[in-house]
Design a binder for this molecule. Structure first.
Ligand code: SF4
Ligand code: SF4
Length: 114
């Protein structure tokens, strides 16, 4: 399967919500909801676990990702992902990379081999 990369560098095609949605797998939805409820200290229900990936056009987005400022910013810029932005690494991304350094590795890799 081709990798689907989020605007911020997260690999959506490896994300539990994406996998559960594409397989329409309710057991996986329940597992992801439980894990993410603990991780985000939030009440996430299995029904919330529906996502077609960050850069989908007209598809479903997990609620937190639908509100993501990085995604909104990249969409406004009309770019494939932040690796293609002239402002890379902007302040917003810098903050995000502290929480998700693996996303920086992905975007740096794209910039090295666009
Ligand atoms: S946009 Fe969807 S698939 Fe990508 S990281 Fe967020 S929840 Fe997962
Ligand atoms: S300004 Fe930052 S968040 Fe916005 S598209 Fe560029 S790198 Fe991404």
């Amino acid at each position: 399967m081709e990798k689907i990369i989020a605007m911020c560098g997260i690999v959506c095609s490896d994300c539990g919500a994406y996998i559960a949605t594409q397989k329409d797998d309710d057991a996986k939805r329940a597992e992801v909801a439980k894990n993410w409820s603990e991780m985000f200290e939030s009440d996430i229900k299995p029904d919330d676990i529906n996502c077609d990936g960050c850069t989908t056009v007209g598809g479903r987005h997990f609620k937190y990702c639908s509100m993501c400022e990085i995604r909104a910013c990249g969409e406004k810029m009309g770019i494939v992902n932040c690796a293609y932005c002239e402002e890379y690494i902007c302040e917003r991304l810098e903050g995000f990379f502290k929480m998700a350094p693996e996303a920086k590795v992905v975007l740096d890799g794209i910039r090295a081999n666009p």
